[in-house]
Each structure stands twice: as structure tokens, then as C-alpha cells.
Design a binder for this molecule. Structure first.
Ligand SMILES: NC(=O)c1ccc[n+]([C@@H]2O[C@H](COP(=O)([O-])OP(=O)(O)OC[C@H]3O[C@@H](n4cnc5c(N)ncnc54)[C@H](O)[C@@H]3O)[C@@H](O)[C@H]2O)c1
Length: 253
């Protein structure tokens, strides 16, 4: 897939999946606009990739002004946005519903729903003006089923699918495609945090229980998720919109 000259905006670009997706897009010639709260990781990523033409922006996706600003800055620098990987997310506290506070709930919904919504709102406005673009939102298999101990996270990832379908319908007549990915367990910081969420003594049991649900008997590597993102972003997916793609080693089978 050739992304030579394409402008790709990625949120959560300092995280496991975001970084690997940035690496793959860079390899295919894309110009990157990378957003995260962690500026240091973004800087070491562009050094590693030896990028000369890029944009790094430290922003919090829960702040609409900051979202508006990173979209605007991307437009000012590159004049367009071809691809938006709307990917920043948090897992929140591992706790049952009755142990979850209103504050725990707000924290997750703010990043995973409001953050995704603000990204859609401001990028879609730009893409509607230019009349092209592909958006990929990061949901999860927990957006399709319950996940004990992660109720706010699961609710938020179900919401991402609602946002994806609605955004797809609202923009389909304007050359814009909007899809979601639903990864299963991916070997990143987030998965480690979930495994440790019930305490370090439970990590092995949590991993064994998780793997027992995966017919392929392993977690995904981030680059496997990145390959799906690139496919959905590419012209090869020209008739795909409003869809979600499960990538889970057979977990939901
Ligand atoms: N790892 C998994 O098993 C898994 C499975 C399914 C879906 N996902 C989803 O994939 C996406 C990426 O997760 P990951 O596994 O790479 O985790 P990660 O923790 O490695 O990366 C998440 C990134 O998002 C950034 N981020 C968090 N809150 C932010 C905010 N308010 N503003 C800007 N940036 C913010 C973090 O700094 C981090 O760099 C998330 O949406 C996650 O829910 C992950």
C-alpha cells in the first residue's frame, strides 16, 4: 500500500498500537501528524524513524480546544488530512461495577467517548471541505461483548461503534469513509495494566484466563493491528464504511 504524500493524523501515537501504526505509515511514505500527552515518546519515535517532515503535538483529547488546535495545525502545515487514526484510549481501573466510582467512570468516558467524538467532529469538518478522507476509530472486542472488571471501558468501546456508524452515514456522500477496529488482546502497556489490575499476584492467572479464550493462544503484536489500520485507510478499502473489523486471534469465534 502506497501512502506517498498522504497526510496521516494519529492520536495515542506514543502508545503501543499508535507507535507501530506510525512506523508502518512512515515506511509507506506518509507524512505524519502525531498526537499524544507523552511528548518524550513522540520525540524518540521520530528520531528512530529519521523523519524530516513531521508534526508532533502534545494534547489531551478530552479538551475540545486542544483537539481543534491539533487538527488545525495539521491543516496549516500540510493543507489536508487524508487519514485519521482516532486511537487514544485508556483502560481505567479494573473493578466490578459496584466497586467503580463516578469519578472512575467519568475518567474513562471522557477519553474514550468524548475524546473520540471531538476528534471525529473536527477532522470530519476538514474532510468534508476537502471531500475525501478515511477515519479509523479504535474500539475493541469489549465493544462487542461484556468485560467483567472493565465496565466503563466496555461501555466506552460500545459507544465508539455507535459513533463510527453515525459518522459514516453523515459523511458517506462526501467521499469520507469511517470504520472501526476491534482488537482482542494486544501486547502493549494497556494489556499489562489490565493484567496487573487485580494485583501483581494475579498477573499469571489473568494472562492464562485471557489466553484460554484465544484459539490462536497468543496476544496480538501491535504491528498486526497496524496492518489492518493501513488496509482500512487505503484505497483498497474504497467500498468499506460504517463497518467494524474484529482482529482477535479467534477470541469471539
Ligand atoms: N492493548 C489492547 O489489548 C487493546 C485491545 C483493544 C483495543 N485497544 C485500544 O487501542 C488503543 C491504543 O491502546 P494501546 O494498547 O496502544 O495502549 P497504550 O496505553 O500503549 O496507548 C494509549 C496511548 O493513548 C494516550 N492517551 C491516553 N489518554 C490520552 C488523552 N487524554 N489524550 C491524548 N492521548 C492520550 C497515552 O498516552 C498512550 O500513549 C486504545 O484505544 C485501546 O483502548 C487496546
Amino acid at each position: 500500500m502506497d501512502f506517498e504524500g498522504k497526510v496521516v493524523l494519529i492520536t495515542g501515537a506514543a502508545g503501543g498500537i499508535g507507535k507501530e501504526t506510525a512506523r508502518l505509515f512512515a515506511k509507506q511514505g506518509a507524512k505524519l501528524s502525531l498526537v499524544d500527552m507523552d511528548a518524550q515518546v513522540l520525540e524518540s519515535l521520530v528520531m528512530e524513524l529519521e523523519l524530516e517532515d513531521y508534526l508532533l503535538q502534545t494534547a489531551d483529547v478530552t479538551n475540545e480546544e486542544q483537539v481543534k488546535d491539533f487538527v488545525q495545525q495539521t491543516k496549516v502545515k500540510y493543507g489536508k488530512i487524508d487519514v485519521f487514526f482516532n486511537n487514544a484510549g485508556i483502560e481505567g481501573k479494573v473493578a466490578s461495577i459496584i466497586e467503580t466510582t463516578a469519578e472512575d467512570l467519568d475518567k474513562v468516558l471522557n477519553v474514550n467517548i468524548k475524546g473520540v467524538f471531538y476528534g471525529l467532529k473536527h477532522v470530519m469538518a476538514t474532510m468534508m471541505e476537502q471531500k475525501f478522507g478515511s477515519i479509523i476509530n479504535t474500539s475493541s472486542i469489549t465493544g462487542l461483548k461484556g468485560s467483567p472488571g472493565l465496565a466503563p471501558y466496555s461501555a466506552s468501546k460500545h459507544a465508539v461503534l455507535g459513533l463510527t456508524k453515525t459518522a459514516a452515514i453523515e459523511s458517506a456522500g462526501m467521499g469520507i469513509r469511517v470504520n472501526a477496529i476491534c482488537p482482542g488482546y494486544v501486547e502493549t502497556r494497556m494489556m499489562q495494566a489490565i493484567e496487573q489490575g487485580r494485583g501483581p499476584e494475579h498477573v499469571n492467572a489473568m494472562r492464562e484466563r485471557a489466553l484460554s479464550k484465544v484459539p490462536m493462544n497468543r496476544y496480538a503484536q501491535s504491528h498486526e493491528i497496524a496492518e489492518l489500520v493501513l488496509f482500512l485507510a487505503s484505497d483498497k478499502a474504497s467500498y468499506i464504511t460504517g463497518s467494524h473489523y474484529v482482529i482477535d486471534g479467534g477470541n469471539l469465534s
